[in-house]
Ligand binder design. Structure first.
Ligand SMILES: [Fe+2]
Length: 372
């Protein structure tokens, strides 16, 4: 059995200048980023380095059309792709690091072979996805009206560069949704049947850092989070390493329809489902893996084991208030189709749930968060 894999070299710098000094970018590199981040590259070492801006090719989450157009414009001579941004930029960069004939649709539908074409260096600017250390990328196939993911070892970034200074200026809402996402990566990988003693080390460290950080923010106020930027960036990275090995599970699977149909931000959609999924786990198997999580939470949050999950929900709700599903415009009569879609398309995630969930369980979960 494969116990643990970490293929990406991780380095940390205080500033983007330090990064540039170490990596010495030149005209054979290409920086891929978002328009609102371009001001961070105004340093002498990065002037003249070829650059691609994702928004020049489309808005929002990555689509095959955006990526096809970017591939056409990406010079064949590019040796290293330097991706600086959140989940969208990192996913685009992973696809652009591959070489294949035809379109991304051909590639994702298995019609053509692909291989790694260039080195990929990633610098995350949010504290959530953990994508800088995983082998997964997701894009929307526009004509098919579906999201499709690729999980393959050729997608591992060769280098992940952590620069806490870059996340200091995130708006609070982005900090909250991304750190909640990281916490859920950590919890889902902790509970996963695929977890190993190694992956659990990272899950546990991420849960601890994030919850102690949230507790501090509760004391010092929501504006105080940038003082803990390094902790949250590290925790997101640890959680990425953990779920890259043990997988995410039902929370992520059930949140897919909410992101796809209603464009609810990924971390927020996960937060909507987290408590309801955990309650279902507790109802079905109170003595299973969830009992170990409760023990860990009790120790971190200094609460009795019996109340530790409730203490977690309360803390998460302080960081990002959970709203009922009906407030997002979701219709009650759609919930059954959400459950069907999850069963049809998300087995990759569902297999990592610590309690197998059937359609009736999923429908009950969606219904339980509809009005409250
Ligand atoms: Fe996630």
């Amino acid at each position: 059995m494969n116990e643990f894999v970490l293929r990406t070299r991780i380095t940390q710098f205080s500033t983007i200048s330090e990064f540039a000094q170490h990596f010495q970018p030149d005209e054979q590199d290409c920086i891929l980023t978002s328009r609102f981040l371009t001001n961070i590259f105004q340093i002498p070492q990065l002037i003249g380095i070829p650059r691609m801006i994702a928004e020049d090719y489309g808005q929002g989450e990555p689509t095959d059309q955006m990526i096809d157009a970017m591939r056409r414009d990406l010079p064949a001579s590019v040796r290293r792709l330097i991706a600086v941004g959140g989940g969208t930029i990192l996913d685009i960069a992973k696809f652009l690091s591959l070489d294949y004939s035809g379109t991304l649709d051909d590639c994702l539908m298995g019609k053509v072979k692909y291989k790694r074409a260039r080195d990929l260096i990633v610098i995350p600017t949010t504290c959530g996805t953990g994508s800088e250390v995983t082998n997964v990328a997701i894009a929307e196939l526009v004509k098919r009206k579906m999201k499709k993911g690729l999980a393959d070892d050729s997608l591992y970034p060769s280098q992940a560069v952590l620069i806490p200074q870059l996340i200091n200026s995130l708006p609070y809402k982005v900090f909250a949704t991304s750190s909640i996402d990281a916490l859920i990566h950590a919890v889902e990988s902790f509970l996963s049947p695929q977890a190993t003693v190694y992956s659990r080390l990272f899950s546990t460290a991420a849960i601890r850092l994030i919850l102690l950080g949230y507790r501090q923010i509760e004391i010092d106020g929501k504006d105080s989070w940038p003082a803990l930027a390094e902790d949250f960036l590290l925790a997101s990275n640890y959680a990425g390493i953990a779920f890259g090995n043990a997988g995410c599970a039902a929370v992520h699977a059930l949140s897919y329809p909410l992101g796809g149909a209603y464009h609810i931000p990924h971390g927020e959609a996960n937060q909507l489902l987290f408590e309801a999924v955990c309650r279902k786990y507790e109802q079905c198997d109170p003595c299973g893996r969830l009992a170990e999580l409760k023990q860990l939470l009790s120790e971190i949050l200094q609460t009795p084991v019996k109340q530790s999950l409730q203490a977690l929900y309360t803390l998460m709700n302080y960081v990002l208030k959970r709203r009922p599903l009906c407030e997002y415009g979701v219709r009650w009569d759609e919930l059954e189709s959400f459950a069907d879609n999850v069963i049809a398309g998300q087995q990759r995630l569902l297999k990592n749930s610590c309690v197998p969930l059937n359609k009736a369980d999923m429908l009950e979960i969606y219904q339980s968060i509809y009005n409250q």
